[in-house]
Write a protein that binds this ligand. Sequence first.
Ligand SMILES: NC(=O)c1ccc[n+]([C@@H]2O[C@H](COP(=O)([O-])OP(=O)(O)OC[C@H]3O[C@@H](n4cnc5c(N)ncnc54)[C@H](OP(=O)(O)O)[C@@H]3O)[C@@H](O)[C@H]2O)c1
Length: 279
Amino acid sequence: MGTTFTIGGDLEVRRLGYGAMRITGDGIWGPPDDPEAAKAVLRRVLELGVNLIDTADSYGPEVSENLIAEALHPYPDDLVIATKGGLRRTGPGEWPTDAHPDRLRECCEGSLRRLRVDRIDLYQLHRPDPQVPLEDSLGALKELPDEGKIRHIGVSNVSVEQLERSRAVVDVVTVQNRYNLADRRAEDVLDACDAAGIGFIPWFPLATGDLARPGGPLDEIARAHDAKPGQLAIAWLLARSPVVLPIPGTASEQHLKENVAAAGLELEPDELERLAGAA
Ligand SMILES: NC(=O)c1ccc[n+]([C@@H]2O[C@H](COP(=O)([O-])OP(=O)(O)OC[C@H]3O[C@@H](n4cnc5c(N)ncnc54)[C@H](OP(=O)(O)O)[C@@H]3O)[C@@H](O)[C@H]2O)c1
């Protein structure tokens, strides 16, 4: 199993990233209770060798990007920060879509400012906007690499058909969709990414649902490896395809350590089969 993946042909990242959505207040709204602790987690992310951080302008909003810059700027050369645009925030837990071309440009400018960078490594369309032709949203993003504002383009929450339409407009280097052991509705999108060598960033990677119940399939295999069910969920994702880049999110240094350690967990082929079959 390869331990790294190269995004867009030139950004080599270790195959376990960090999702920075959970370092905000409840409902991914406002500042966290303890901003210093959140910044300590971010510094620990780098100390543990992680060099891919996923965020979005909408996390907080603005809180996650600001904390990343406060904790980590100036950034090490090999750190890849992926952010997203195309949503608005109207309150805790509310995420209306707005991927109009002008709005996407505005989102990108805000992220550049908050992250304190001249160019964003990976800029992702957070979600296709049903009110805006996908080609128009991507048409706006297409101009940004030429202007030196972003390096690569990713999409998120897309179907296979939307991915193909996106690829007709821009070079899509990553797809970020909800996918985990217990929720594999994006299987066809992952297969399409695998076939095209596109990075697949599964969000909500730790969900194990019922599979982790005492006596369930995860529980048994976890005990055999002296591991936690969530670690198995990560190890399974990493084994699923070499293009998979999990980004588990946590505000806890202890959980972060566990998640990073999961990348070193080797599951036997029969264990992987049992896990896949159980889901
Ligand atoms: N593109 C999109 O639409 C989209 C949507 C959602 C998320 N995302 C991205 O995906 C990332 C991951 O998704 P997610 O945060 O929703 O899901 P997740 O990583 O599967 O789960 C995070 C939750 O699990 C807990 N957790 C983390 N590590 C743990 C451990 N070792 N043991 C027990 N609990 C643990 C966290 O709580 P603690 O803080 O207590 O550890 C948190 O509540 C986000 O940070 C974000 O960057 C993208």
